[in-house]
Design a protein around this ligand. Structure first.
Ligand code: ZN
Length: 133
């Protein structure tokens, strides 16, 4: 199924219509089966596509995950590429323990885990603070 934003030639506005495919849309439109829901004219055309902005909804799984992650990272310090060495230094007692997050390669994460240093992958990628506006 495919959804198109359609526009009535008489200015009623845009509306959404579902089709099996874009060829299905073409043939239905040629057969005048696609009609404006407001004035029933078959004189409709595809509306200019607007970028679909995700709706701000706290209900979406991704939004919930993002909220969860920012809650997790609230008290955590960004250490960037120094994550592995920071985690190791804290584990060996060279550094005071604190919550940190940063970048680590799969190899680094594996080697930390092998040494019994608890690391957990974050559900979502975190942009370095320098890249956040
Ligand atoms: Zn209309």
């Amino acid at each position: 199924m495919i959804v198109f934003d359609l526009q009535c030639r008489y200015g009623c506005g845009t509306f959404e219509a579902w089709f099996r495919s874009s060829t299905d849309y073409e043939s239905q439109r040629e057969a005048a089966l696609v009609q404006c829901p407001f004035c029933q004219t078959a004189d409709v055309a595809k509306a200019p596509m607007a970028p679909r902005v995700p709706k701000k909804s706290s209900g979406s799984p991704l939004a919930r995950l993002a909220a969860l992650q920012s809650e997790m990272l609230k008290d955590s310090r960004w250490v960037g590429d120094r994550f592995a060495e920071t985690a190791r230094a804290m584990h060996s007692g060279e550094m005071e323990r604190e919550l940190v997050h940063g970048n680590a390669t799969i190899e680094q994460a594996k080697s930390l885990a092998d040494d019994g240093i608890p690391v957990a992958p974050l559900p979502l990628p975190v942009p370095p603070p320098s890249q956040v506006n």
